[in-house]
Ligand binder design. Structure first.
Ligand code: ADP
Length: 342
């Protein structure tokens, strides 16, 4: 509705400008033509006078007076110019409406995306908040609540609050990368160093499950946003650890061609069912398989953030996975980043 209103308003502005120019131009043409007609008419009258005198002298008295009909000509010019203006009005109206639609489309898409994001996010926040509140209410009503029970309630609450915090952190991170005028510091980087920093952030988690992270990334040089790329690798590694059984292995590899660098993260985890693969980069998507097979918590935001970061680098992210065997995530990024804001 708002979009349609804006579209009509924008069309009206286009039309106003084009018609103002067109009418001014028509008036100018009319004045020039009128001026010219009057001049020609006057000259012809003069010629006719001379002609008449000549004829008179020769004793011929027929009337050769056929003056041009200025009034009629004027009417015809006005008619033609009005017709031209009408045609311009119609074409400009149609084209304006079309162009206004095209101009506003990205803005509309962005607004739709933002409101979808807000409604998704509030929905996700509501569920844990409701359970948190009802747990507290139930315990509060319990008159015989012991100190030990109260303590265990608080511990459970802290768990919930931690989850909520990680949700809000992920939402903030996603919103930050989703900003339309996200300005982006691009610097020369080394792939092996990026991977090292990401691995360091997951060491403790991996150690808890006795998962070995094998870093085989090489010292390829590339350009990119350091924090963004580390976040991206952390997300892939975090998933690999989360969805892998204890005592397994995660291998990170890198490859370089003239134009691109690819980094892959391979795990021996639960894998992803073929039917779920098209959706794993969607916001809030979590496969039923991973939910039923593991106790891994998450909100389905990681991969959508990873995808956003890859897009900002004009790269691609792909996955190859087989349930119960493992997954291979590959990120391919251009070596050079043309300086851009996206
Ligand atoms: P989550 O917070 O649920 O991990 P992600 O967006 O990171 O959210 O991932 C979306 C879904 O993709 C996960 O819920 C899981 O089902 C699947 N997935 C992602 N990475 C892996 C992996 N390495 N192994 C198996 N499944 C994975």
């Amino acid at each position: 509705m708002m979009f349609d209103n804006a579209r009509i308003k924008l069309t009206a502005w286009y039309l106003l400008i084009i018609m103002a120019v067109s009418i001014a131009f028509s008036l100018f043409i009319f004045r020039v033509a009128d001026h010219e007609m009057v001049r020609i008419d006057r000259r012809q009258q003069l010629l006719r006078e001379r002609f008449k005198i000549e004829m008179f002298r020769r004793g011929m008295l027929e009337d050769y007076n056929v003056p041009i009909d200025i009034i009629d000509l004027r009417k015809r010019i006005i008619f033609t110019l009005s017709l031209v203006n009408l045609v311009i009005f119609m074409i400009a109206g149609g084209a304006g409406y079309f162009l206004a639609g095209r101009t506003l489309k990205p803005i509309k898409d962005m607004i739709d995306e933002q409101s979808r994001f807000i409604s998704d996010a509030s929905h996700e926040l509501r569920t844990p908040l409701t359970s948190l509140r009802s747990a507290m209410e139930v315990h509060l009503r319990d008159k015989k609540l012991s100190l030990a029970q109260a303590k265990s309630l608080i511990a459970a609450n802290i768990d919930d609050v931690n989850k909520l915090q990680s949700l809000s952190d992920a939402l903030l991170q996603l919103a930050q990368y989703q900003k339309p005028n996200h300005s982006w510091l691009v610097e020369p980087l080394r792939v092996d160093q990026l991977v090292q920093q990401a691995v360091r952030r997951l060491e403790i988690l991996a150690k808890k499950k006795n998962i070995n992270i094998k870093n085989q990334a090489e010292n390829h040089k590339m350009e990119g946003n350091k924090q963004g790329l580390i976040d991206l690798l952390v997300i892939l590694l975090d998933n690999a650890v989360k969805y892998s059984p204890p005592n397994s292995q995660i291998v990170i590899n890198s490859k370089k061609t003239d134009r691109s660098v690819s980094v892959s993260v391979k795990d021996e985890g639960i894998g992803i069912a073929g039917k779920d693969i098209p959706f794993i980069f969607d916001r809030f998507f979590r496969s039923d398989y991973s939910r039923s097979k593991t106790k891994a918590t998450g909100y389905g935001l990681g991969l959508s953030i990873a995808k956003k970061i890859t897009d900002l680098h004009r790269g691609t992210i792909s996955v190859d996975s087989k349930p119960d065997y493992g997954s291979l995530f590959t990120v391919r990024l251009p070596v050079k980043q043309s300086s851009h804001k996206s």
